[in-house]
Design a protein around this ligand. Structure first.
Ligand SMILES: N[C@@H](CCC(=O)N[C@@H](CS)C(=O)NCC(=O)O)C(=O)O
Length: 230
């Protein structure tokens, strides 16, 4: 039976779940939830995802929301040992990133939402504390680079030898940096990581729609980002 994924290609956690389905060659059907039509808030959809968020999945009788819960469930169910090892210590090590992600790396999306999405598409003015918010974001990028990439010592988050679900979640968030057009020169290890993760064919594939969208509206997009989008 195929996994039913309810998602939106512009949603970072949706892309992470899409990525594991593609990488794990897990049979699935995609259901696009259109935010412009408020499809995430219909009573029918809220039976699947009571928070009115994407992603969510239906796997027979199992109905789940929250991307990290879904990523762990799929990795365990389909025995994707490299993506989320069965060893509980290794799981706990990875969980540290997965928990930090929601208030750490996720700041990228919140910044893009407040300063790009809302002003451009919803007509909500950008907050006035731009310098403060961008400075804060720089702090999170530095923390990601230092703590989770060991300042360039690790190719993958926390030194795992192959990409894990932590990397899938992280790259889908980091790719939102394109929308903010931030200069990555002060973060060489992070830049190298993004470049490498996006060179993984399945990860690149699930980003194509987002890339096309970003290219359409992001002004004066940096060449470094255009190169990463190929
Ligand atoms: N912690 C959740 C976050 C999910 C989330 O924020 N989804 C956003 C899209 S990126 C959403 O569905 N938003 C719907 C809305 O804003 O109405 C997860 O990891 O799944």
């Amino acid at each position: 039976m195929s996994i039913q994924l309810y998602f939106n290609p512009l949603s970072q956690p949706s892309r992470a779940v899409h990525a594991i389905l593609v990488i794990g060659k897990i049979p699935h059907d995609l259901h696009n939830i259109d935010f412009m039509k408020q499809e995430q808030n219909t009573p029918e959809y809220k039976k699947i995802s009571p928070t009115g968020n994407v992603p969510s999945i239906v796997d027979g009788d199992v109905v789940l929301f929250e991307s990290h819960t879904i990523l762990k469930y799929l990795a365990k169910k389909f025995k994707l040992e490299n993506l989320y090892p069965s060893d509980i210590v290794k799981q706990a090590i990875l969980d540290q990133y997965l928990d930090w992600h929601h208030t750490g790396t996720r700041q990228i999306t919140l910044t893009a939402r407040d300063f790009v999405f809302y002003p451009k598409f919803v007509g909500k003015p950008a907050p006035e504390n731009k310098d403060e918010r961008f400075k804060e974001l720089e702090w999170y990028l530095k923390a990601f680079e230092e703590i989770f990439l060991g300042n360039g010592k690790h190719q993958y988050i926390l030194g795992f030898p192959e990409p894990t679900i932590a990397d899938l979640s992280a790259i889908c968030e980091l790719s939102t940096l394109f929308m903010l057009n931030i200069d990555l020169t002060p973060h060489p290890h992070l830049h190298k990581y993004i470049k490498h993760m996006l060179s993984i064919p399945e990860v690149n594939q699930i980003h194509q729609q987002t890339f096309e969208f970003t290219q359409k509206f992001a002004e004066n997009l940096r060449q470094e980002y255009i190169d990463l989008m190929k």
